[in-house]
Design a protein around this ligand. Structure first.
Ligand code: PRP
Length: 207
């Protein structure tokens, strides 16, 4: 699939298996999701542009690199919060925006209830994070909010994606790169990814 990057790293696969296990406790789920998120963002940031800088070692001056653009991390509340801290540890100078979306259980429509973003996103590298890409409604709503602020360089990191969700997102935002640990079989009649891992937010926070 174009613009879909499945991160088939052995550590990602092993951790994803633990996350799928319904016996894994919330405490473990939080820890493991954090570990996978860090591995995934390593891949998602690989193509970030850098610019040359000079650096003085204790011995001499040499050439080094720094990221060319400011980075904005955007977790989709609630479940995206489970990916934020470990990613922030890898990109400590990043700014953090928040988008709150809740999927109505019956209609599966995403309803926005919170938005906290810098006013102008045109020059920023943005990582949108949410463990689950199911129907894709939440991802499209989040992208709409980012696009309204001029976002041009967005990468989305999802632990799990459904083929239906990927199609929906790419219908609206064909150029959006999606990084995921796995593309699962399908959505069930309740809009859950199967085989999936259940409701990521509930499993993370126990409610
Ligand atoms: C889940 C998940 C995504 C969304 C995916 O969140 O974390 O945000 O659903 O579904 P979609 O692709 O069909 O829109 P939920 O609405 O359950 O909220 P929560 O994170 O607060 O639990």
């Amino acid at each position: 699939m174009k613009n879909v990057h499945v991160i088939a790293h052995p550590l990602v696969r092993q951790n994803l298996t633990r996350l799928r296990d319904g016996q894994t406790s919330s405490q473990e789920f939080r820890r493991i999701l954090g570990e996978v998120a860090a591995l995934m963002v390593y891949e998602a940031t690989r193509a970030f542009a850098t610019r040359p800088v000079r650096v003085k070692t204790p011995l001499e001056t040499t050439r080094g690199h720094e990221l060319k653009r400011e980075v904005l991390l955007v977790p989709v509340l609630r479940a995206g919060l489970g990916m934020l801290d470990p990613i922030l540890r890898l990109v400590p100078h990043a700014r953090v925006g928040f988008i709150g979306l809740k999927r109505e259980e019956k209609t599966l429509q995403a309803v926005a209830y919170h938005k906290s973003l810098p006013p102008d996103l045109r020059a920023m590298e943005i990582i949108l994070m949410d463990p689950m890409l199911a129907t894709g409604g939440s991802a499209v709503s989040a992208m709409d909010l980012l696009a309204m602020r001029g976002a041009r360089r967005v990468r989305m990191v999802n632990l799990l994606a459904a083929p239906e969700g990927i199609r929906h997102v790419h219908k609206h935002y064909p150029g959006l790169p999606i990084f995921t640990a796995a593309v699962d079989r399908k959505l069930n009649s309740r809009g859950f990814i199967v085989p999936g891992l259940g409701d990521a937010g509930d499993r993370l926070f126990g409610v």
